[in-house]
Design a protein around this ligand. Structure first.
Ligand SMILES: Nc1ncnc2c1ncn2[C@@H]1O[C@H](COP(=O)(O)OP(=O)(O)OP(=O)(O)O)[C@@H](O)[C@H]1O
Ligand SMILES: [Mg+2]
Length: 202
């Protein structure tokens, strides 16, 4: 059995979850671990002097638990994938030909070095400020964004996190999140499929 770990990072509302779910549906033996499911409880996330909850920081996330989840996949990709997707292995494949794919998606996945180091391929979805603000305003988060949150917390933290990420990560594949969904999917799928084929051959 062989394995491939793909990171789908990017800014808020860049389209990470949409792309990840579409990829997962198309890639046999794949599953997703989503960073959004590891947020700490609201009661322990601090507020800044303006009263904005400091959610867009690594410290607002249980990264230790997220790493444990990834390790569980690494220990037995087949069992993990079967239990998370309800789909068993492809019986037609020879065991040594099987490639299990883990899709790790989230807005700060490349800022956590131990996670970052595990990824074979790193995609980063970016969109312009106006689109980001517009898409974000059409969503309802839990807890909901208070007035002024985008400009007071989300965008400045994105700029800070992006700068920190670029200081450590060099092998990002930048994706234009304005690209039509199907086109985005087919370009990433083509790229990943080539990696999977190379693993199979190798
Ligand atoms: N390629 C696309 N073109 C246009 N709209 C898109 C595209 N991809 C996603 N969207 C829309 O943008 C919004 C955000 O998408 P999605 O939830 O996938 O982003 P995300 O990066 O996971 O966001 P979050 O920061 O909340 O995790 C949704 O309303 C979705 O329908
Ligand atoms: Mg998402």
């Amino acid at each position: 059995m062989k394995t491939l770990i793909i990171g789908i990072g990017g800014m808020t509302n860049g389209g990470k979850s949409t792309l990840s779910k579409a990829l997962q549906k198309r890639l046999p033996n794949s599953c997703i671990i989503s960073q959004d499911t590891f947020f700490k409880d609201d009661s322990v996330v601090p507020v800044d002097i303006h009263g904005f909850k400091q959610y867009d920081l690594l410290s607002a996330l249980h990264m230790d638990r997220m790493m444990e989840e990834v390790e569980t996949w690494q220990q037995d990709p087949r069992a993990f994938t079967a239990s998370h997707t309800g789909v068993g292995q492809l019986l037609s494949e020879r065991v040594d030909q099987q490639v299990y794919v883990l899709i790790i998606e989230g807005f700060l996945i490349f800022n956590h070095r131990p996670l970052n180091e595990l990824m074979n391929k790193k995609y980063f979805l970016q969109i312009p400020y106006d689109t980001c603000k517009q898409r974000r305003s059409s969503r309802v988060y839990n807890p909901p964004d208070p007035p002024g949150y985008f400009d007071g917390h989300v965008w400045p933290m994105y700029l800070k996190n992006r700068k920190e990420m670029e200081e450590v990560v060099t092998d990002l594949v930048l994706l234009d999140g304005l690209t039509e969904r199907e086109k985005l999917l087919s370009s990433v799928l083509e790229d990943v499929t080539a990696d999977i084929e190379a693993l199979r051959q190798g």
